[in-house]
Design a protein around this ligand. Structure first.
Ligand code: NAD
Length: 469
C-alpha cells in the first residue's frame, strides 16, 4: 500500500511524525504515513515551480492525450481504487465504485473542454486578443468525505490549464489520492503533479507558500476562512468549496412514497457526510405525517455495517471525532425534546464508528442539530403551511450551498427556487451535481466556482494582447 509522498517525480518518506490511517469500519490501522517537514513542502512547491517552465508550453493536444492516458489507467485500476476508498473512508463498496466512475466522468468532460481565445476588433480597426494563461503552482487541499473524486475535481482542471499542482489530502484519507497522483506521475513530467502528507499544519504551510499562485480548497468553513486570510499578502487566488446545511422544501402535491425514497437517498448517502446532503427537511403540513412515516420505514430498512460487506447500505462515520460530534448533537437534540421517528435502535457492529440513521421530529429550528452543519446520518423534518414563509425560514441559515424544491408544479417550483439563497437549487432532486455546470456556495458555504468552463478558466489568468492597426 503506497503511503509515501510524491514530488519531483520521486516517492519520498516524510521526515516528521507519523499518523495512522484507520479503517473506520473496523478501527484497524491500514497504514502509518509520515508527515512532511516544512523543507519537504518547500521542495515539493519548488519542484512544481521548476516543472511549470516546461509544462506551461506543452501543446493542448499533448495535454489532452496525457489526461486520456491517466483516465485509461484509472479505469484499469477501478476496483482496486474503489476498495481503497471504502477501506479508508468507510462508504459502501458500490459507492466507492461510483466515486471512481464519477471522478472519471469529470476527468473526461474537463479534458474535453477547450480554453477559448477571445478575438476583438475595435471601431478603429485595432485587434485585441484575450488569452487565458496558466497561473503557475496550484495548491490543492482536499477533505475526507469524497477523497478521490474531489482530488480529481481539483487536480485535473489545474493540469488541463497547464498549471503544476501540489495536493495535500486529508490526513484521514490519503491513500486513494496517493494512488491517483502515482498514476498521474506515470504520464506527466516530474514535478507537474505532487502530493505531500500531514495534518492541517502541513496544509497551512503549503497554502501560505509564497510561490503558490492559487489555492483550491474543499473543506470546512473555518479552515477556508484561515486560507483566505493568509492569501492577502500575496494577493493569491483562492477558491473555497465549504460546508453546507442544505434545505429541501416539499410541497403537498408530490407522490409521497416515491419522493421519500429520493429524499432519503439525498440525505443519507455517504452516511450524510456530503456537503450537499439534505440536512433540513421542510414538509407541507398536509403530507407531513405520511412523509415522516415513509422516511422512518426507509431508515429502518437500512443495513449499517462495513462497506466491504455487500449487504451494507450505510457505512460508518469516517473518523472518531466526527462520530462523537454527531452522537453528541443527537443526544442534545433528544434532551431538548426531539423525537426519533424510526424504530431503529439498530444492531450496530461492536467495532467501528457506526451510527444508525435517524429521522427526527419535534426539532427546534434554532437547535444546534438543525442550525449547524452536523454532517451525519440524521435528518430533522419540520412542518410548514405557507411557501413564502418557509423559504424565508430556510434562508435564515448562514450556509447557502444547495437547496431543493419538490413539487409537480414546475412553474411554481421554479419561482420558489429563484427565491432560495443557495449556489445551486435542484427541482425534484438534490445534490445531483454535473461537470458541465458551475458549482459553488454562497454566504459561508464558499467563494468562487468549480466545474464547467468557468471552473476550468478559474485556473487561468487573462492576458490581453493589443495589435496596433
Ligand atoms: P477540514 O476543513 O477539517 O479539512 C479539509 C482539509 O484541510 C484537510 O486536508 C485538512 O488537513 C486541511 N487543513 C486543516 N487545517 C488547515 C489549515 N489551517 N490550513 C490548510 N489546510 C488545513 O474539512 P474536513 O473535515 O476534512 O471535511 C468536511 C468539510 O468539508 C465539511 O464542512 C464539508 O461540508 C466540506 N465539504 C465541502 C464541499 C463543497 O464542495 N462545498 C465538498 C466536500 C466537503
Amino acid at each position: 500500500m503506497l503511503n509515501q509522498m510524491i514530488y519531483a517525480g520521486q516517492k519520498v518518506q516524510g521526515l516528521e511524525s507519523g499518523f495512522n490511517v484507520i479503517n473506520p469500519a473496523t478501527e484497524a490501522v491500514l497504514t502509518v504515513c509520515k508527515s512532511a517537514s516544512i523543507n519537504q513542502v518547500n521542495d515539493a512547491v519548488e519542484s512544481a515551480k521548476q516543472a511549470f517552465q516546461t509544462w506551461k508550453n506543452t501543446s493542448d493536444t499533448e495535454v489532452t492525450e496525457i489526461l486520456n492516458r491517466v483516465a485509461a489507467d484509472i479505469q484499469a485500476a477501478r476496483s482496486e481504487i474503489a476498495r481503497l476508498i471504502t477501506e479508508e473512508q468507510g462508504k459502501p463498496l458500490a459507492l466507492g465504485e461510483m466515486e471512481v466512475d464519477m471522478a472519471l466522468y469529470w476527468l473526461q468532460v474537463t479534458n474535453g473542454l477547450e480554453i477559448p481565445v477571445l478575438e476583438q476588433i475595435d471601431p478603429m480597426g485595432k485587434k485585441m486578443n484575450v488569452y487565458h494563461r496558466p497561473l503557475g503552482v496550484v495548491a490543492s487541499i482536499t477533505p475526507w468525505n469524497w477523497p478521490f473524486m474531489i482530488a480529481i475535481w481539483h487536480i485535473i482542471p489545474a493540469l488541463k490549464a497547464k498549471n503544476c499542482v501540489v495536493n495535500k489530502p486529508s490526513e484521514y484519507t490519503p491513500l486513494a489520492t496517493l494512488r491517483l497522483v502515482e498514476i498521474i506521475n506515470r504520464h506527466v513530467p516530474a514535478g507537474v503533479c505532487n502530493i505531500v502528507l500531514g495534518t492541517g499544519e502541513v496544509g497551512a504551510t503549503l497554502s501560505n507558500h509564497v510561490d503558490v499562485e492559487k489555492v483550491t480548497f474543499t473543506g470546512s468553513t473555518p479552515v477556508g476562512q484561515s486560507i483566505l486570510a493568509a492569501s492577502v499578502k500575496e494577493l493569491r487566488q483562492v477558491v473555497l468549496e465549504l460546508g453546507g446545511n442544505d434545505a429541501a422544501i416539499v410541497m403537498d402535491d408530490v407522490d409521497v412514497a416515491e419522493t421519500a425514497q429520493k429524499l432519503f437517498g439525498s440525505a443519507f448517502f455517504n452516511a450524510g457526510q456530503t456537503c450537499a446532503c439534505i440536512k433540513r427537511l421542510y414538509v407541507h403540513e398536509n403530507i407531513y405525517d405520511q412523509m415522516v412515516e415513509e422516511l422512518a420505514k426507509i431508515a429502518d430498512s437500512q443495513v449499517v455495517g462495513d462497506g466491504l460487506d455487500k449487504t451494507t447500505t450505510l457505512g460508518p462515520l469516517q473518523n472518531v471525532k466526527q462520530y462523537q460530534k454527531v452522537k453528541a448533537l443527537v443526544e442534545q437534540a433528544i434532551a431538548e425534546g426531539a423525537h426519533v421517528a424510526n424504530n431503529k435502535t439498530a444492531d450496530l457492529p461492536a467495532q467501528g464508528y457506526f451510527l444508525a440513521p435517524l429521522i427526527l421530529t419535534n426539532v427546534a429550528e434554532q437547535s444546534e442539530i438543525f442550525a449547524t452543519e452536523q454532517f451525519g446520518p440524521v435528518l430533522p423534518v419540520v412542518k410548514f403551511s405557507d411557501l413564502d414563509e418557509v423559504i424565508h425560514r430556510a434562508n435564515q441559515s448562514s450556509y447557502a450551498l444547495g437547496g431543493s424544491i419538490w413539487s409537480k408544479d414546475i412553474k411554481r417550483a421554479q419561482a420558489a427556487a429563484a427565491q432560495m439563497e443557495a449556489g445551486t437549487v435542484w427541482i425534484n432532486s438534490h445534490a445531483d451535481v454535473s461537470p458541465f455546470t458551475e458549482f459553488g456556495g454562497w454566504k459561508m458555504s464558499g467563494m468562487g466556482y468549480s466545474f464547467g468552463l468557468d471552473g476550468l478558466l478559474s485556473f487561468t489568468k487573462k492576458q490581453a494582447i493589443h495589435l496596433a492597426s
